[in-house]
Write a protein that binds this ligand. Sequence first.
Ligand code: HEC
Length: 155
Amino acid sequence: MFSKTTLLTVLLALSIASCTSKKQADEAAKNSPTPSEAATPQPEVHGAEMKSVELTTPLNKEWVSAGKSIYDTKCLACHKLTDEKLVGPGWSGVTRKREPVWIMNMITNVEMMLEKDEEAQKLLEQCLVRMPNQNVTQDDARKILEFMRSNDGEK
Ligand code: HEC
């Protein structure tokens, strides 16, 4: 069950996201589904908790660019690629600061992380906004992770 404050926080998050990035939203709208598709409610994706993630070197270039496209549509409204905070923390250095599995769970299981994980809770205290579930599959989360590694200078 969600308390009133939780709901308010989520609404606040959504409204902040929408006013900081009207232009991005307009661009996203161009690519969004037709009204009839949009009317069908999409089931929320809640990934099972990930226990391990395998990293490979060199980076998978296809995943990096696929991850970048997902970032552009689903994350850019709240996350910069520098260390500057927008709604959420900037991503620069995130792959050095966090374990890959932590990042993957933050992307696919944000509700669980905010409930249970101390580091995630600290971020919430700083940002005062709950990151909404972005309906990202584990495969897509892995591509975003590859993009984050590339953003952190890995080759
Ligand atoms: C509506 C704003 C919003 C959107 C959209 C959003 N996030 Fe977040 N994100 C946050 C906030 C706020 C936090 C800090 C934790 C909290 O307060 O819930 C966060 C934290 C994170 C963190 C942890 C960062 C760190 O420094 O440890 C990761 C990783 C992350 N988000 C990934 C993503 C990905 C990937 C996407 C897109 C698929 C995304 N986020 C979309 C708001 C957002």
